[in-house]
Structure formats: C-alpha cells, structure tokens
Design a binder for this molecule. Structure first.
Ligand code: PLP
Length: 397
C-alpha cells in the first residue's frame, strides 16, 4: 500500500503499547489500577446534561454556523473577558470538535513548509505531530524539575532562527503540572515581540490550579501579545466533557477566519447538541468546577507525598492539571523478573506487568526518565496504586 508521505512522517505514540496492554489485561478481568487516564473521573454535571437533553427535544439537531452558534461564541467571549481579561468579539472565536481540533487548525493556518515551531518539553503528545502534518519543524526546548519544567526567555531567544514562526505554550502542563507566573510570561512576551512570533497557547487546564497559584492567559499579558496569540481552550477537562468533543479558539480575526476555512472542509461545525450543552456549562453554576479542583488538590497532595517517599524517586510538585511526573532515572540499569529497565517505557511496562498499575512513559511527552501518573482517579485507586508501585520498585535491583 502506498500511503502519503505526510502520514508516514508521523509516529504512532509509544503509549499505544501500554494502553493496548492495559486494555487487554482489563478485558481479561485482571485488576489493573489505571493511572494513565487523561480525563476527569467525574460525570458531566447534571445541568449540562439537562441542557443537551433539551436541545435534542427542541430539535436543535441541524447544522449550525461553521464557526459555532452566536450564542455559544458570545458566552465564550463573556467568559474570556470575565475570567481571563481578554476582550474578543464573537467573530474572533471559533468553536471546534475539541480543543485538539482548534490546535490542529491553528497550526495548519500558521505554519508554512519548513517553518519552525518552538515547543517546550515535556509537551502534550500531539503538538509535534501536528507541526509535522503542517510540513513544519518542531524545535524542542527541554526543561526539567531543576527549572520547574518551564522555559526561560533566554532559552527561547537562543532557539529562534529566521524560520521560527510559532511558540506553542501550555500551562498548567500535561504532563508536569508546571505553571508560569505573570513575570515569567512577561519575559517570554518580550522575546516573542522582538522576534515577531505567533503564540498558540493551550489553556485547557486553567481551572485546575493549586495552592492559590495564579493562572494568566498568555494573550492577557499585553495588547501586542493578544494580537499574536491564538488562545485554545475547551470543555473536556473543566466540565468533565471529554466525550462531547467541544473546544474553541480565540485570536486575531484573520487567523480565526483561516481556521474556519480549514474546519469548513473537514468537520464543519461542532455537534449542535454539544454546543447547547457548552452554553450551559459557561453560564450555569460553576460549583462543580470548584469541587473537582478541590478534590484534585487533595489527591495531588496525597499521591505526591506517596511517590516522593519511594527511595530513588524525586518529583516536582504540580502547580496545576491532574498529573504528576516523577523522575525515575535512578531505576535505569536495574532488573527484576524478566525486565531490565533501560527506559521510561520499560519501567511503565514493568509496573503494568508486575504491579498491575498503568502509567504513561515520559518518552511519549519528549522527556525520557520520567513516568506520568494521573490523579484523575479515585483516592482508593491512588492509595492502592501507590502501594503497588512501592512494592514493585522494591523488586528491582
Ligand atoms: N491540550 C492538552 C494539553 C490536553 O491534555 C488535551 C487532552 O488530553 C487536549 C488539549 C485535548 O482536549 P480536547 O478533548 O478538548 O480535544
């Protein structure tokens, strides 16, 4: 079969093997603790579900405007103004089938052949492949726990070449939970302005911030950043709506129009029913968001303490999102059972086989030497998972 060069250039995620094995074990009735999930374990709040049911009953079931209903884009504009200090008109907003589609459309709209996109690592798995699909080049800026998993303005400046077009930022981060302060963002903004870059900023975890840390959306840094930033966000995480496939982007009208053109030739509008539900998500009660955040903070404190108590492991304390990203390099070179640990993939597979705990290898996020543990799982699962991980690691020598 002769597939396109484009598709041959992107990789199947190394996580697929861990996920496939996890699924296989669960199907066999094996009691696997799944800490590899990327979605809240809460149901979608009732008021949102009711709004969707009403939309169906009222036959709100036809195509909508390609870029999303005026009602939803107005609700998003109000939210961005009130919560983020970003003043956009509904024409500056596009609703899409998940934040992921908005990210994809933004990258397709901005990147030309061989343009460079700067991506701090560890990064969300899809960014680099999205850049490849747009025929661009990803320039990866590594970070580690010493630098709290954030890039500095100096690091950014050094990576810039005449081909640099875009910086892709995401905080609080999947997989590290790192967050940027306003001051750190201001320093980055100076470099962005000086070098005439665009920024795609993925705000999807903005509501899950702990210890009174502040979330500052990149476009809100100053007027110039607003003019060069595409803000991407969605409903999957904040409202536990991963299956509804609904997200959005806001930015300069020219870019949003370009994204709309691409969307009009792929999926057209996001589901009408999900759009009606999303209006309720933004306009209705927000208690469920705060409740989830508070529960995640408790779980973060618990799992972070447990994982840090394991000999040989160090772990950055996440400032947001719902993952921890422990450094497991001290286990490299050790063996146990049929396993020799030489990579994060080996350690994830070892934990899955020996401890029956599913995690994601750091290599999937461009950071070897770490594993990602999700705390979007019940406290019971986290307790049991932490015990099992401790015991299994004792078996490596
Ligand atoms: N961006 C980040 C950083 C994510 O972690 C995820 C999902 O895991 C997404 C985007 C995708 O979100 P959506 O479900 O809205 O497509």
């Amino acid at each position: 079969m002769s597939l396109s060069n484009r598709v041959n250039k992107i990789s199947i995620s190394p996580t697929i093997k861990v996920f496939a094995k996890t699924k296989e074990m669960l199907a066999q009735g094996i009691d696997v603790i799944n800490l590899s999930v990327g979605e809240p374990d809460f149901p979608t709040p009732d008021n949102i579900k009711e709004a969707a049911k009403r939309a169906i009953d009222n036959n709100f079931t036809r195509y909508t405007l390609n870029n999303g209903t005026v009602e939803l884009r107005t609700a998003i504009a109000d939210k961005l103004k009130m919560q983020n200090g970003l003043d956009y008109s509904p024409d500056n907003i596009i609703v899409s089938t998940g934040a992921k589609q908005s990210l994809y459309n933004a990258v397709q709209s901005l990147i030309n052949d061989n343009d460079e996109a700067i991506i701090p690592a560890p990064y969300y798995v899809s960014y680099t492949d999205m850049v490849t699909l747009a025929h661009g080049r990803s320039i990866i800026l590594p970070t580690d726990e010493e630098t709290q998993f954030i890039i500095t303005s100096e690091q950014l400046e050094k990576a810039i070449t005449p081909k640099t077009k875009v910086l892709i930022l995401s905080y609080p981060s999947n997989p590290t939970g790192a967050n940027y302060s306003r001051k750190e963002l201001e320093a980055i903004a100076e470099v962005v302005e000086k070098n005439n870059l665009f920024v795609v900023c993925d705000d999807i975890y903005e509501n899950f911030i702990y210890d009174n840390d502040e979330f500052v959306s990149f476009g809100a840094i100053n007027k110039s950043m607003k003019e060069r930033t595409v803000v991407v966000n969605g409903f999957s995480k904040s409202y536990s709506m991963t299956g509804w496939r609904i997200g959005y982007a806001a930015g300069p009208e020219e870019i949003i129009k370009a994204m709309g053109k691409i969307q009009s030739h792929s999926t057209s509008n996001a589901s009408s029913i999900s759009q009606a539900a999303a209006v309720e998500a933004l306009k209705g009660q927000q208690n469920s968001v705060y409740e989830m955040r508070n529960e995640f903070e408790k779980r973060r404190n618990f799992i972070h303490e447990q994982i840090c108590s394991i000999p040989g492991i160090t772990c950055f304390k996440p400032k947001g999102a719902f993952y921890i990203f422990p450094n497991i390099k001290n286990y490299f070179g050790k063996s146990g059972g049929n396993f020799k640990i030489e990579s994060s993939f080996d350690l994830s597979m070892y934990l899955l086989n020996e401890a029956k705990v599913s995690t994601v290898p750091g290599s999937a996020f461009g950071a070897e030497g770490y594993i990602r543990i999700s705390f979007a799982s019940s406290m019971e699962s986290l307790k049991e998972g932490a015990e099992r991980i401790k015991n299994a690691l004792k078996g490596l020598g």
